[in-house]
Design a protein around this ligand. Structure first.
Ligand SMILES: C[S@@+](CC[C@H](N)C(=O)[O-])C[C@H]1O[C@@H](n2cnc3c(N)ncnc32)[C@H](O)[C@@H]1O
Length: 264
């Protein structure tokens, strides 16, 4: 089950590919698998991060799974027969053919309500010695999200957007994930990082969220209304994230990381 409406736009998402790629690398750096045979990337998006796994584990069979047809169309160009394949599926429904050595999910689970139960199931699908690693944004209380929620619940927009507001309950706090992983019998390593993204150009924070958290609200509006809503939100973002003297804009972005390891 996902609450991400409509389809993903690889172009909008990849506008900040450098900044978005870093957490995947930081997550992977804490996965100690040496020579896994079966590696799965759940919510693989356009497959560019998934493809880097081939270099890390040259003998692994890697599968990327995603529910977005347009993301998978972009991923197809990374496919390598017998080494890297992609499958269209909802991560909540996906079932492995057998035990998995490394199960990754980067920047996906915040779209999946009640994902603690899913994590328990994935933990049970690990091979002995297997690894489960995921990263989710932890910025629901940041101005990007709080201002959007406030606007969605304001009198003009509430009738259609109240339930499209970002929900702080979309992710657990780090201690919650630690409990889920240890409760599932894994040794857990959980941490958080706030990246300070230095963005350039006009409305860079708006352009950033346009590929992600703004999508559910805009999907419900069209034409002039979408423009009005975006203009109001852009004004609030300008005040919260002012442009600095050198023309850049700093976007602090908190992310939560969790790695679980099953004993061999
Ligand atoms: C923010 S992107 C992350 C993509 C990739 N993991 C990365 O690190 O670049 C989120 C991806 O999760 C996918 N997604 C969201 N909910 C999903 C679900 N329930 N099942 C499968 N994929 C889902 C979206 O289609 C999108 O490609």
């Amino acid at each position: 089950m996902t609450d991400a409406p409509g389809d993903w736009d690889p172009t909008a998402y990849l506008r900040f590919a450098g900044e978005r790629g870093r957490p995947f690398a930081d997550l992977l750096a804490q996965v100690g698998a040496v020579d896994p045979a079966v590696v799965v990337d759940l919510g693989c998006g356009d497959g560019s991060a998934t493809a880097t796994l081939l270099r890390r584990w040259p003998r692994a069979a890697v599968t990327g799974v995603d529910s977005s047809a347009s993301m998978l169309a972009a991923a197809a160009e990374h496919a390598v027969p017998g080494r890297l394949t992609f499958a269209l599926d909802d991560v909540s429904d996906w079932q492995p053919a057998g035990p998995v050595d490394v199960l990754l999910s980067n920047a996906v689970l915040h779209w999946v309500p009640g994902h603690a139960g899913l994590l328990r199931r994935w933990a049970g699908q690990l091979a002995p010695g297997g690894w489960l690693a995921f990263q989710v944004p932890g910025n629901w209380r940041a101005p990007t999200h709080a201002l959007l929620a406030e606007l969605c619940r304001s009198p003009r927009w509430a009738p259609r957007l109240a339930d499209a507001a970002p929900d702080p309950g979309a992710v657990l706090e780090p201690a919650g994930y630690l409990d889920v992983l240890t409760g599932a019998g894994l040794a857990a390593d959980v941490w958080e990082t706030t990246y300070l993204h230095v963005l350039t150009g006009e409305d860079p924070v708006l352009r950033w969220v346009g590929g992600t958290v703004l999508r559910p609200a805009l999907a419900r509006l069209d034409g002039q209304e979408a423009e009005d809503f975006t203009a109001q939100y852009a004004g609030a973002l300008h005040r919260a994230y002012p442009q600095r003297d050198d023309g850049t804009t700093v976007l602090p972005f908190r992310r939560l990381f969790a790695v679980g390891h099953r004993a061999g």
